[in-house]
Design a binder for this molecule. Structure first.
Ligand code: KG4
Ligand code: ZN
Length: 337
């Protein structure tokens, strides 16, 4: 494997403008994240046009800061990597165009990165964790269980049929009046709630089915809320949040463990924004210990969208010979393969 390849990774697929300098796919030299959450929260979710405009305003300074913090200049960058999908098309185009222009200007290779592959690659950052492993990716836009056979080699074992796990967190939080983004708010308030108060339904729980569905759960929570409100019952937000969260954690953790058993792989990991969830981490740690599995948790800052995971995925693509043309377009509905 080549040593000392320095990749600049750029991520703008949703509401984080991020740039990072990573050495050899693992060593994070800098990771600058400008989050637009404060701008979007008053709308209760990400407004695509506003996101694109803010990426344009932020990208230059974010990249400059990433170079500065890594103590490098553009002349030290060997490869530029940027997310080209999936995500919001206008948002993607900002980072993608910026990355391609930098690569062209400095005459270095450009690699377009699949955002989902980026989330998986967060597992390699500041770590010696390596494939093969089974990975649960649960974010605002995606929920997958993937067999990572080797770098860049994936077999999707299951995916969501409707809402992504993070989307369910956000929608339920909104119904509970907790604001955006819902995941961290539900995580926090659940600590003071009773997770056994409500027994909401779980989907696709039959053996060897690794697909998910969260829209029935979301509807069940909203229906129960309406019923209680109509009957004048005082809503205990913490109990709702805790019962909902436990349902999602039960489903995600049991499916990840079952998928690992199904494939006879003893290494598991998680990725994506929902992987920051404290109950999910606690539960998986316990289950992995019981099963004798090795479990790897990326640092929380590498779970939500960031440039470092994109630089890592770009590095492993590059050393396998992948270089993208400068005509690469954004692909909003890009699949893992
Ligand atoms: O990976 P990410 O930053 O962006 C996408 O690619 O979608 O994930 C954002 C999602 C949001 O839905 C957010 O509510 C959720 O991750 N999230 C969490 C937590 N922190 C972020 N969900 C549950 N618990 C958390 N602690
Ligand atoms: Zn993401």
């Amino acid at each position: 494997m080549r040593e000392n390849t320095i990749v600049l990774g750029i991520e703008t697929s949703c509401d984080e403008t991020s740039a990072s300098v990573v050495k050899d796919g693992k060593i994070v030299m800098s990771n600058v994240i400008y989050s637009q959450i404060n701008i979007h929260k008053e709308f209760g979710g990400v407004v695509p046009e506003i996101a694109s405009r803010n990426h344009i305003e932020a990208i230059g300074n974010v990249v400059k800061e990433a170079l500065f913090k890594a103590d490098v200049t553009l002349d030290d960058i060997d490869v530029v990597a940027a997310t080209y999908g999936p995500g919001l098309v206008g948002a993607l185009l900002v980072g993608l165009s910026y990355g391609k222009a930098l690569a062209y200007g400095k005459a270095v290779p450009f690699v377009g990165v699949n955002h989902i592959e980026g989330h998986i690659s967060a597992n390699y950052l500041d770590s010696d964790f390596e494939p093969p492993f089974i990975c649960l990716i649960a974010s605002g836009g995606h929920s997958h269980i993937v067999f990572v056979k080797d770098y860049g080699q994936y077999e999707v074992l299951g995916r969501t049929m409707d809402d992504a796990a993070g989307e369910a967190f956000d929608k339920v939080a909104r119904a509970l009046g907790l604001g955006y983004p819902g995941g961290p708010k539900i995580d926090e308030i659940s600590k003071s709630g009773d997770p056994y108060r409500y027994n909401f339904p779980k989907s696709f729980m039959e053996k060897d089915n690794f697909d998910f569905s969260f829209s029935g759960l979301k509807t069940a929570v909203i229906n129960q809320l309406h019923k209680e409100r109509q009957n004048g019952i005082e809503i205990n937000v913490a109990d709702y949040a805790a019962s909902f969260q436990m349902n999602v954690v039960d489903v995600l953790s049991s499916k990840l463990i079952e998928a690992a058993k199904f494939k006879n792989i003893k290494k598991i990991s998680i990725a994506g924004g929902v992987a920051s969830n404290s109950l999910l981490r606690e539960r998986l740690k316990k289950l992995a210990d019981e099963e004798g599995f090795v479990i790897h948790f990326p640092k929380q800052v590498y779970c939500t969208d960031n440039g470092a995971m994109i630089a890592s995925a770009g590095y492993f693509d590059f050393i396998r010979g992948k270089v993208s043309g400068l005509d690469l377009n954004a692909v909003p509905y890009l699949k893992l393969f």
